[in-house]
Write a protein of this length. Structure first.
Length: 219
């Protein structure tokens, strides 16, 4: 992957007005070129077509993207990791952890949780790591642990899910309480009775936000 070439293409297509809007939406935590997802993917399409042919992961490119001041370059790195998710293994988890701990915000974390979750589904030994992350002082690692099983449906490991969620109850942190609600809401589409029982069992320790999100599809 050619970092310089991709950077130049995005820079050439920057939109100052949209950049200000996108930065404001992210609480001014990041600089933006002002390129939204559909255009970003169109501009980088040819690079990804070539990368798809390669049976390896260009971690140097990913790190270059992560060091860049412009948020779109982190999105490009995440697009690339999604493309390569089937060849990622437990060896890559520490590298993904480093990404999660740098330039952290919900947008990058909510993509990394799917990527790491895919590894854990194929390599169950990663579950122990995610259980440890659920107790981390870093809220973003805890959010990944909480939501890494999203969309698994019948493949959800409910024992692990319960342990991770219980480790994060009695929280005042918005991003954690929201994640708990999302994890339960998603699984309620597959097993509403399990979610109902979880809420009944732990209601006195759950934030109202978590219960509200979890109960969206429950009758």
């Amino acid at each position: 992957m050619n970092f310089d070439a991709i950077f130049k293409i995005l820079e050439k297509n920057k939109d100052e007005h949209k950049a200000l809007m996108m930065s404001a939406y992210m609480k001014n935590n990041f600089l933006f070129f002002g390129i939204q997802s559909p255009l970003r993917k169109k501009l980088t399409q040819s690079f990804f077509a070539e990368a798809k042919k390669e049976n390896s992961v260009d971690w140097e490119f990913i790190h270059q993207c992560w060091l860049c001041n412009y948020r779109e370059m982190q999105y490009v790195a995440l697009d690339y990791l999604v493309l390569k998710k089937r060849i990622l293994t437990p060896i890559d988890v520490p590298k993904l952890k480093n990404l999660a701990e740098q330039k952290s915000w919900w947008d990058s974390i909510d993509c990394l949780d799917r990527i790491i979750g895919n590894i854990a589904l194929r390599f169950p030994e990663v579950n122990e790591t995610l259980l440890k992350w659920s107790l981390s002082p870093n809220k973003w690692l805890r959010r990944i642990a909480i939501d890494h099983q999203l969309l698994r449906k019948e493949q959800t490991n409910t024992d692990l899910l319960e342990k991770i969620l219980v480790n994060n109850l009695l929280q005042n942190e918005f991003f954690i309480n929201k994640a708990i609600g999302w994890a339960l809401r998603d699984y309620s589409k597959t097993n509403p009775e399990w979610v109902k029982k979880f809420i009944q069992k732990y209601e006195f320790r759950m934030a109202s936000l978590s219960i509200k999100e979890a109960s969206k599809y429950l009758k």
